[in-house]
Ligand binder design. Structure first.
Ligand code: DX5
Ligand code: ZN
Length: 235
């Protein structure tokens, strides 16, 4: 997939992106779940990597990402919830990551890591926890392809959306517009049909959704409905 296609909302104000979070998929039938997302109107696969240290939970590593890459016909959005992510950037890129997001809270030298990600050939994402204010990204926003606003505390799927995320999206949007940066805003955690329109109206570009898609009676239809939302935006 050409890189410009992955981030086409940069080029023109087009539709928001939907990134189903595989964490909520049925891992006993992963190939079918990937096929469903491939056939659906979803844009990316969101893959949650947890190390049992930055977050309490452990998921999977680059070996599994590499296998997932073979099943995926859409870009892989890899969310690293790990300490010292700089040790693994190239490995996840080689495994097939198209976007690599690291946590602000896990990177004392975030500027260096963001550039390391870009040099690996991936798009660089920075995720921030619910307690982290968006203004900490002010001096780096020009260099970040995507900010992932965590709308739950990272570590588990199926948690309740934290409402304070909505004003954070607006603040981040203002910061991005003021800097004339092409950065996308991704929202991750507790996202579904009940809050998607409000998130998009506030300025979200990418909606990550796990349980609301994979536990739905008809996941493909849920993806279609999420994609079909036409928010009234004031920017
Ligand atoms: C949470 C993960 C999320 C999670 C979202 O730590 O980063 O991507 O899978 O799952 P839902 O949509 O079920 O909250
Ligand atoms: Zn995630």
């Amino acid at each position: 997939m050409p890189r410009e296609k992955i981030f086409s909302p940069y080029i023109c104000r087009m539709k928001h992106l939907i990134a189903p979070s595989i964490l909520a998929a049925d891992f006993t039938r992963l190939a079918e779940e990937f096929a469903m997302v491939n056939e659906s109107e979803a844009d990316w696969f969101h893959l949650d990597i947890m190390d049992g240290r930055f977050v309490p939970n452990i998921t999977f590593g680059m070996f599994i990402v590499k296998a997932m890459k073979k099943m995926a016909q859409k870009p892989l959005d890899v969310h690293l919830m790990i300490l010292e992510p700089e040790r693994y950037v190239e490995a996840f890129r080689e495994a097939g990551a198209d976007v690599i997001s690291v946590h602000y809270e896990a990177c004392p030298h975030l500027h260096r890591v963001v550039h390391q990600i870009r040099e690996s050939g991936a798009k660089a994402g920075v995720a921030i926890n619910p307690h982290t204010t968006v203004s900490v990204l002010e001096d780096l926003i020009q260099d970040i392809d995507q900010v992932c606003l965590m709308s739950v505390n990272p570590g588990f799927g199926g948690q309740k959306f934290i409402p304070r995320t909505i004003p954070k999206i607006r603040q981040l949007k203002e910061l991005i517009v003021a800097a004339n940066a092409p950065t996308l805003i991704e929202v991750d955690g507790g996202v579904g049909l009940q809050n998607a329109e409000a998130l998009l109206r506030a300025g979200a570009d990418v909606l990550v959704a796990g349980n609301s898609i994979f536990r739905a009676e008809d996941p493909m239809s849920t993806i279609r409905q999420l994609k079909a939302i036409e928010p009234v935006r004031s920017f």
